[in-house]
Design a protein around this ligand. Structure first.
Ligand code: BMP
Length: 223
């Protein structure tokens, strides 16, 4: 099965996160964790979740190269699969993440899905995309609920892996996002707040596969 769904576990409770990850392991590509669970359950949650799934640490790094490198070193040590970094701080900051976490998949944020995204970041996505590529990113984060921006980013980077949040709670459709260019879909609340997360994931997987069947460009995959 070609799993393209990444589950965002934006919760505090480590045991619940492990329970969700282990129940979904055959159905998803990875889990994505962010500050809520790292602050709620401690950094070892990365190691524990890694027993059940690939783990992408969404720390949205936005610092000078040295600080970014130190954080990345720890994330790699904890056994994560990937890391998410901002790139508006410049290619040198992103390159520090690349060099400190050689084995990590590196995703750079080039545009965002919330309304405030249009205030600054989504206006400079072309420059951010160029900096992401020159900084050594394996893929970029682009909004699944903004199909015109997604298509534009897809057009600018045919070889790019595009990973998209903004589905469900933020209004986007997984099918439409994949048709517009997303290679992987991130979903949080529609899964972890569902009374039946397995069913929620099965429904989303169906929607993603509908998008894949209707898509005109090829799907890119993490190598
Ligand atoms: P939800 O499906 O509950 O809206 O969660 C989306 C997830 O993707 C959250 O973890 C959020 O931090 C992340 N995200 C986002 O929503 N928009 C972006 O532009 C970038 C993100 O990383």
């Amino acid at each position: 099965m070609d799993n393209r769904l990444i589950v965002a576990l934006d919760i505090f409770d480590g045991d619940r996160a492990i329970e969700i990850a282990s129940s979904l392991r055959e159905l998803i590509f990875a889990v994505k964790i962010n500050w809520p669970i790292i602050l709620g359950a401690g950094p070892d949650i990365v190691r524990e979740l890694s027993r059940h799934s690939r783990v992408i640490c969404d720390l949205k790094l936005a610092d000078i190269p040295n600080t970014n490198a130190l954080i990345t070193e720890k994330v790699a040590e904890l056994g994560a699969y990937g890391i998410i970094s901002h790139v508006f701080t410049g290619s040198d900051s992103l390159r520090a993440v690349r060099e400190s976490g050689r084995k990590l998949k590196l995703l750079a944020v080039v545009s965002m899905s919330h309304p405030g995204g249009s205030q600054f970041i989504n206006r400079i996505h072309e420059d951010l995309l160029a900096a992401a590529i020159s900084g050594g990113a394996d893929g970029v984060i682009a909004p699944g609920n903004n199909e015109s921006l997604l298509s534009e980013i897809r057009e600018m980077g045919r070889e790019l892996v595009i990973v998209s949040p903004g589905i469900g709670a933020q209004g986007g459709s997984a099918t439409k996002a994949v048709m517009a260019g997303s290679d992987y879909i991130i979903v949080g609340r529609s899964i972890y707040e569902s009374p039946d997360p397995v069913k929620a994931v099965e429904d989303l997987n169906r929607q993603i596969h509908e998008g894949m069947a209707a898509r005109s460009t090829r799907m890119n995959t993490f190598s």
